[in-house]
Design a protein around this ligand. Structure first.
Ligand SMILES: *Cc1c(COP(=O)(O)O)cnc(C)c1O
Length: 360
């Protein structure tokens, strides 16, 4: 068996020991005689899996006691509607900071549920930086301020936490959750699809401060009502059981790596290797402002677009896949989430050097 170095933006590479453990437990989980996929979500076996996954997430992220952790479905794109349905009624309006394709989509979807104010927008600069908070036009009457902490497509990331005062801060952390320590108490709500950094697709994690629940618009589907889900321990409807199980294994693996500080150091080392090489080369370039560069998604362009297909072909031949950039940006993108090894990034940089020597 050969495993590739998978630079996919999502669904993305998972820790190999987790996949091995899941394979070993596939037919018979801990002597239950069942696969996790076959378990009732209300049975004692699955309830213990669910509780452990939640406890690990709370421990790793340091989630305060006055926050609920919800395991839902619908993905981050679902949350683009579910967040305003649940939160916007307190004032009827919300502020959105637009720093890339994903926050743009969030802003557009929210406009269906209330008045949306674009507090800042970096599209004129091709989404290559994070705007300073003093440039934002915030409305003190807004129900919340929405940001995307890491723009998966453009490769820009917040390396500071906005201070929105009494207005709750809401963050789409789909592509950088669990990649570094986060002070959850600075946020009103955090949401993330699992498939970038912590598990398979199908599971959406929502971390919400308790006082923000209970204000859902009447149109809100019951399955997407935070209050109802919280009252039912995320089991108002059948939760994505297998995805929750795998996420629990991934979280245990992250804990074994040393927790968030160790994971952040690992991620910084990988990103530094790649950015240092990009910056020292006149053949490749990354367009993002240095202080706002993503540790998770690294877009880069070759000197000549005409070489893109050759670059991708050579990478594939060396077992490195999914390096093609998003169509809106072009070029390449290496997604180097928690589960990407340092060896994977070393192999990529080595290949980039060889390609540059050949074509530069
Ligand atoms: C991948 C991604 C999404 C979309 O997630 P879905 O699971 O497809 O709904 C939204 N926001 C960000 C930041 C993402 O990286």
């Amino acid at each position: 068996m050969t495993r590739v170095f998978n630079f996919s933006p999502g669904p993305a590479t998972l820790p190999e020991p987790v996949l091995r453990q899941a394979a070993g437990e596939m037919l018979d989980w801990h002597g239950s005689g069942m696969s996790v996929m076959e378990m009732s979500h209300r049975g004692k076996e699955f309830i213990s899996i669910h509780a452990e996954a939640e406890a690990l997430l709370r421990e790793l992220m340091g989630v305060p006691a006055n926050y609920k952790v919800l395991f839902m479905q619908g993905g981050a794109i679902g949350e683009n509607a579910i967040v305003p349905m649940n939160l916007i009624s307190r004032g009827g309006k919300a502020d959105y900071v637009v720093t890339g394709e994903w926050s743009r989509r969030s802003q557009k979807e929210a406009a269906r549920f209330g008045q949306v104010n674009v507090a800042a927008d970096t599209e004129a600069g091709h989404f290559t930086h994070i705007p300073k908070q003093k440039e934002w036009k915030l409305d003190p009457g807004a129900a919340y301020v929405h940001i995307c902490s890491n723009e998966t497509i453009g490769g820009v990331q917040f390396h500071w936490t906005p201070d929105t005062g009494r207005v709750p801060l809401v963050a789409d952390m789909s592509s950088d959750i669990l990649s570094r320590p986060v002070d959850v108490s600075k946020y009103g709500l955090i949401y993330a699809g699992a498939q970038k950094n912590m598990g398979p697709s199908g599971l959406t994690v929502v971390i919400v401060r308790e006082d923000l629940m209970g204000h859902a618009l009447p149109v809100t589907p019951s399955a997407f009502n935070y209050q109802l889900q919280a009252e039912n321990d995320s089991m108002y409807n059948t939760p994505p059981t297998y995805a929750i199980y795998i996420m629990g294994l991934v979280l245990k693996h992250f804990k074994g790596m040393g927790g968030m500080a160790a994971i952040e150091a690992h991620n910084k080392a990988k990103a530094r290797l790649l950015y240092d090489y990009l910056d020292g080369s006149s053949f490749y370039r990354n367009p993002v402002a240095k202080e706002d560069r993503s540790l998770m998604n690294v877009p880069f362009k070759l000197k000549d677009d005409a070489l893109d297909a050759d670059f991708l072909k050579g990478a594939q031949a060396r077992g490195m896949i999914q390096l093609k950039g998003h169509r809106s940006v072009g070029g390449m993108r290496a997604s180097i989430y928690n589960a990407m090894s340092l060896e994977g990034v070393q192999a990529l940089v080595q290949y980039m050097k060889e390609f540059e020597a050949q074509h530069g």
